[in-house]
Design a protein around this ligand. Structure first.
Ligand SMILES: Cc1cc2nc3c(=O)[nH]c(=O)nc-3n(C[C@H](O)[C@H](O)[C@H](O)COP(=O)(O)O)c2cc1C
Length: 260
């Protein structure tokens, strides 16, 4: 149930979960549990993998519209991949994106972040500059972003990552609600913490330390991923999917079609 609600809540600004959505989510969940139970009881007992029913993917009411949409053609897409991304984004906003970095030892690591800005030069997200992802980026400033509009659209971006300027981080910081500002101060992101109480006590202390405006912490700010390649994937019938890849060249962008 929670994952079904979550897909809707991603687009919540434009697509609130209506009572009808909640009802359908309940039907899907009950059907899913029943089918999973029927199909997998034996498998569980035998220690085999548990397979998910195919229809469980169809969770985002808006995404179903993609199926009726024409495919991707070289003639119709925008010559600029960021403008093309924005046309997909405007159709179905998707602000959570998987960010993949790699450590100096080439150990890959993925996690979700919120996409907070897209402009001509790239994709902006904010985080703790002392976090593991920030350490990866300091050593290896290349990363990938993966967007997914269930069940049938995907965008893969890869490129170089640079910190946004201090002024840009502070501008965004001022739009954050006070509790999220205090929690950014309280969190030594991804470090082991003794208990939740420790965190909550820090919030109380920070509240007294910053009774009015909460300044932007020096260890917190934004990054911009400047793409060198962007691939748009769109589901088509019979697995003959459309894949268009933009690669940055000296002159601009080269567009290629990839095999599905
Ligand atoms: C939907 C979603 C959005 C998130 N957005 C952010 C974000 O914008 N910035 C951030 O630092 N962490 C965000 N997180 C938490 C990260 O996924 C991750 O737990 C955290 O940044 C620590 O990652 P690291 O240890 O790889 O540095 C988000 C998690 C989820 C599930």
């Amino acid at each position: 149930m929670s994952s079904i609600r979550w897909h809707w809540s991603l687009g919540a600004r434009k697509l609130p979960a209506t009572p009808e959505h909640v009802r359908i989510a309940g039907v899907l969940r009950r059907g899913f549990e029943a089918e999973a139970e029927n199909q997998n009881l034996g498998a569980k007992a035998a220690g085999s993998p548990v397979y998910l029913p195919g229809w469980a993917r169809q969770v985002h009411p808006r995404s179903r519209h993609h199926e009726q949409m024409p495919g991707l053609s070289e003639e119709d897409v925008d010559p600029d991949p960021i403008s093309q991304f924005l046309s997909w984004y405007e159709y179905a906003p998707c602000d959570a994106v998987a960010l993949v970095t790699a450590s100096p030892q080439a150990l890959p690591s993925g996690r979700m972040v919120l996409l907070k800005g897209v402009d001509k030069s790239g994709f902006v997200f904010f985080t703790n500059y002392g976090s593991p992802k920030a350490r990866d980026l300091a050593a290896n400033p290349r990363a990938a972003l993966l967007f997914f509009w269930p069940p049938d659209r995907q965008v893969r971006v890869s490129g170089w990552v640079a910190e946004v300027g201090r002024a840009e981080s502070e501008r965004y910081w001022r739009t954050r609600p006070r509790p999220s500002q205090l929690s950014a101060w309280a969190s030594r992101q991804s470090e082991v913490i003794e208990s939740r109480t420790v965190l909550e006590e820090r919030i109380v202390e920070l509240g007294s330390r910053f009774p009015d405006e909460v300044p932007c912490p020096p260890f917190w700010g934004g990054y911009r991923l400047i793409p060198t390649s962007v691939e748009f994937w769109h589901h088509r019938e019979d697995r003959l999917h459309d894949r268009l890849l933009y690669e940055r060249t000296q002159e601009g962008w080269a567009l290629k079609r990839l095999s599905p």
